[in-house]
Design a protein around this ligand. Structure first.
Ligand SMILES: *[C@@H]1O[C@H](CO)[C@@H](O)[C@H](O)[C@H]1NC(C)=O
Ligand SMILES: *[C@@H]1O[C@H](CO)[C@@H](O)[C@H](O)[C@H]1NC(C)=O
Length: 382
C-alpha cells in the first residue's frame, strides 16, 4: 500500500518544493523522447491532426473566476478572512478544532485568534502554501507529461491498470465489484460509501479523490477523521476555495496517509478543457452565441467535476484506464449511494461525457494538451 501511494504523493508534492523541482525534472525529461517517437508514429498512421476552433480556444482560456480568486488570495495572505468573495459569508470559520471568529479584530485588523502562537504557526504555513499555489497557478500544456515524470521518480513505472470509479447510480445495475478490484490502482470519488455496495463498486481503494469542500467538512471532526476507505488511503483534492488551505494545514499534520493538493497548473488545464467542451456543446445544441454560455452554466462558478479531474490524473499516471460509474440513465439514481435528485449546474456532465468519448475514440481531439503527451487507452464500462 505504502509503495503504491508514494509515487502519487510526488505527483502533487509541488506545494512543498514546487516549481523549481518540477522544472528541473521536465527539462532533463529522461526517457520522454522514446515515448514521443512512438506516439507520433502511431498517430501518423491513423489520423490527421485535429483542427481546433480558435474562437473556442480563446474563449475557454479565459477564467471568469480569476479576479475574485486573486482577491481571495490577497485577502487571505493578509489574514483578512472577512472579505472573501467566494463561498458563503459567515461570521466564523471552522478549521479542525480552531474556530476563527472573523468579526473579532485587533487594532491592526488581524483576527485575534491568529495571535495564539499555535494557530499563528499554522497560519504561516497556510500563507506559504497559498502563495506557492498562487505562483504556480498558470497554464502549462506540458503538465500532463509532468505528472508522469514526477510519478516515475519513485517507481520508474506507471501503474499498469487503473480504475476510476464514479458515483453514478448506473453502478447498481451491474456487478463490476471484482472487475474494479482487479485493477492495480483504484481511484474513488468524494468519499462515496462502499460498505454494502461491494458487489457493485468493489472494495479496493488506492486513492480517494475529493474536492476541498469534503475536507472542509471532515476538518470539523476529531483529527479530521473522514476515511470511508481506511485511514491509510491517500487523499488528493482540488481546491474549490482558497480558505480551504487552512483545513489542509490543520489536517495534514494528523493525517496518516499523504494528503495531497492537485497541481494548480493541472487544475487550469482541466478547467480550460471543460470550458472548451461545454462551450462547444452549447453552441452546437442551442445555436446561441458563445457569449450566452456563461448565463446557462453559472458563469464564474462553472467547474469541472471531481470525476473529470480524476480521469485526467489517471491518464497521466496509468498505462490503461478503465472508467466505471460515469454516465446517466433515466432508470438509475444520480448517485449509487445517496438519494440526491438533481445535478449541480456548475458542472456540465454532458460535456464531460463528450470528453470521455473522445478519450476513447480520438484523444488527439482533446484541446490544450501538448502533443508530447501520449494518451493511454481508455475503456468505459457501463
Ligand atoms: C504534509 O505532511 C507531510 C507529513 O508530515 C509532510 O511531509 C508534507 O510536507 C506536508 N505537506 C506539505 C505540502 O508541506
Ligand atoms: C468556431 O466556433 C465559433 C463559436 O462556436 C463559430 O462561430 C465559428 O464558426 C467556428 N469557426 C470555425 C472555423 O468552425
Amino acid at each position: 500500500m505504502k509503495k503504491s501511494v508514494r509515487p502519487i504523493f510526488s505527483v502533487v508534492f509541488l506545494l512543498a518544493a514546487a516549481a523549481t523541482l518540477c522544472f528541473r525534472i521536465m527539462v532533463s525529461g529522461g526517457g520522454g523522447g522514446l515515448e514521443l517517437v512512438y506516439r507520433s508514429n502511431v498517430l501518423a498512421e491513423q489520423k490527421p491532426a485535429p483542427v481546433f476552433n480558435d474562437t473556442l480556444l480563446r474563449f475557454a482560456a479565459v477564467d471568469l473566476a480569476e479576479v475574485s480568486l486573486r482577491q481571495d488570495v490577497e485577502h487571505l495572505v493578509d489574514g483578512n478572512f472577512r472579505e472573501l468573495t467566494s463561498g458563503r459569508r459567515r461570521s466564523f470559520l471552522w478549521s479542525g478544532r480552531y474556530r476563527i471568529d472573523i468579526r473579532a479584530r485587533s487594532a491592526r485588523g488581524v483576527p485575534v485568534q491568529l495571535r495564539s502562537p499555535e494557530f499563528y504557526r499554522l497560519w504561516l504555513d497556510f500563507r506559504r502554501y497559498l502563495q506557492t499555489w498562487w505562483r504556480n497557478h498558470r497554464f502549462q500544456p506540458d503538465v500532463m507529461s509532468d505528472l508522469v515524470n514526477i510519478a516515475n521518480v519513485d517507481r520508474g513505472l506507471k501503474y499498469k491498470t487503473c480504475a476510476v470509479v464514479g458515483n453514478s447510480g448506473i453502478l447498481l445495475k451491474t456487478d463490476f465489484g471484482s472487475v474494479i478490484d482487479s485493477h492495480e490502482f483504484v481511484i474513488r470519488l468524494n468519499n462515496a460509501r462502499i460498505r454494502g455496495f461491494e458487489t457493485n463498486v468493489g472494495s479496493k481503494t488506492s486513492l480517494s479523490f475529493v474536492n476541498s469542500n469534503i475536507l472542509h467538512l471532515c476538518a470539523r471532526r476529531e483529527s479530521c477523521f473522514c476515511h470511508p476507505y481506511g485511514e491509510k488511503v491517500a487523499i488528493m483534492m482540488y481546491m474549490c476555495q482558497m480558505v480551504h488551505f487552512l483545513d489542509y494545514v490543520v489536517c495534514n499534520t494528523s493525517h496518516k496517509a499523504p494528503l495531497l493538493v492537485t497541481d494548480p497548473r493541472f487544475d487550469i488545464l482541466c478547467a480550460r478543457i471543460m470550458k472548451y467542451y461545454s462551450a462547444s456543446r452549447f453552441v452546437k445544441q442551442t445555436g446561441k452565441p458563445l457569449e450566452e454560455w456563461a448565463g446557462s452554466h453559472d458563469g464564474s462558478s462553472f467547474h469541472y467535476s471531481s470525476g473529470m479531474q480524476a480521469v485526467m490524473l489517471a491518464l497521466g499516471i496509468c498505462e490503461k484506464v478503465s472508467i466505471f460509474g460515469f454516465g446517466k440513465s433515466d432508470s438509475a439514481k444520480h448517485h449509487y449511494h445517496t438519494n440526491q435528485k438533481g445535478e449541480l449546474h456548475l458542472h456540465d456532465y454532458e460535456a464531460e461525457y463528450d470528453l470521455y468519448r473522445d478519450l476513447v475514440e480520438r484523444p488527439e481531439a482533446v484541446p490544450f494538451i501538448s502533443d508530447k503527451f501520449k494518451f493511454p487507452p481508455v475503456v468505459i464500462h457501463r
